[in-house]
Design a protein around this ligand. Structure first.
Ligand code: ADP
Ligand code: MG
Length: 220
């Protein structure tokens, strides 16, 4: 049985992400109020609402859909998170390509490419208290689970768990990048908002509750 990522699944994932961010907008804002300027929830909700609308227009293949999400985030979200999450999705889209149902290994490559884009743009390293601290362990866990023979659903669950752990681990950290770094010691004791959004991205994959195998009649 092929283990692949159908367009339908990817679409549901992205829409579930937009929905979860909308549901958690206040929480993301609260986190950014503590160590930033209280706009992260509004930023991400505005961008992903626009991205979900853009997904209503037809696009060939999963890669182009991700690219559309990335371009929409860059054009509608100011601040640090627009270009960073935008680049993540743009790079993922390019790596995923325009196949209808790329293999899970291609999704792993795409996630890795997205992470590399975030690093290239934001220069964050492990422990800087940024979205990187949830995203990097999630990508690693996803790759490791696939290498261990897990099917896609198991690998996504591993990624989501790693993102959650990475996110919680940002609480005691001193911010070294972005707006929170201006606070110095006062950034300690708060969870990073961008890392929290990364958790919602992986949780959304699980929340879609759909089988990532090709559905009957769908290309695979
Ligand atoms: P802004 O900081 O411009 O107000 P947001 O509040 O929307 O933008 O996003 C803040 C989040 O962006 C932070 O919580 C952090 O995760 C992420 N971030 C900021 N700078 C960087 C960076 N250089 N590299 C990676 N992530 C970063
Ligand atoms: Mg902010």
């Amino acid at each position: 049985m092929t283990n692949c990522v159908t367009m339908t699944a990817l679409d549901a994932w992205l829409r579930a992400f937009a929905r979860l961010v909308a549901e958690n907008e206040d929480e993301l804002t609260r986190l950014d109020a503590a160590i930033g300027d209280a706009d992260h929830g509004a930023n991400m909700n505005r961008g992903l609402t626009a991205a979900a609308a853009a997904l209503d227009e037809p696009a060939a293949g999963g890669g182009p859909r991700l690219t559309k999400v990335g371009m929409t985030l860059i054009s509608t979200v100011g601040g640090a998170s627009g270009p960073l999450f935008g680049t993540f999705f743009l790079r993922m889209g390019t790596a995923l390509g325009d196949q209808d149902a790329p293999a899970v290994e291609t999704l792993a490559t795409a996630l890795r490419a997205g992470l590399a884009g975030v690093v290239q743009r934001g220069k964050a390293e492990a422990g800087d208290k940024t979205m990187y601290d949830a995203l990097a362990p999630a990508v690693e866990a996803f790759e490791a689970a696939l290498a261990a023979g897990e099917p896609l659903a198991g690998a996504l669950a591993a990624a989501s768990k790693a993102a959650d752990d990475g996110c919680a681990a940002t609480i005691p950290l001193l911010a070294r990048k972005g707006r929170a770094s201006y606070l110095g010691e006062r950034s300690v004791g708060h969870q990073d908002p961008g890392a929290t959004t990364v958790c919602l991205f992986f949780r959304a994959a699980l929340d879609t509750g759909i089988d990532f195998e090709p559905a009957a009649g769908e290309a695979g």
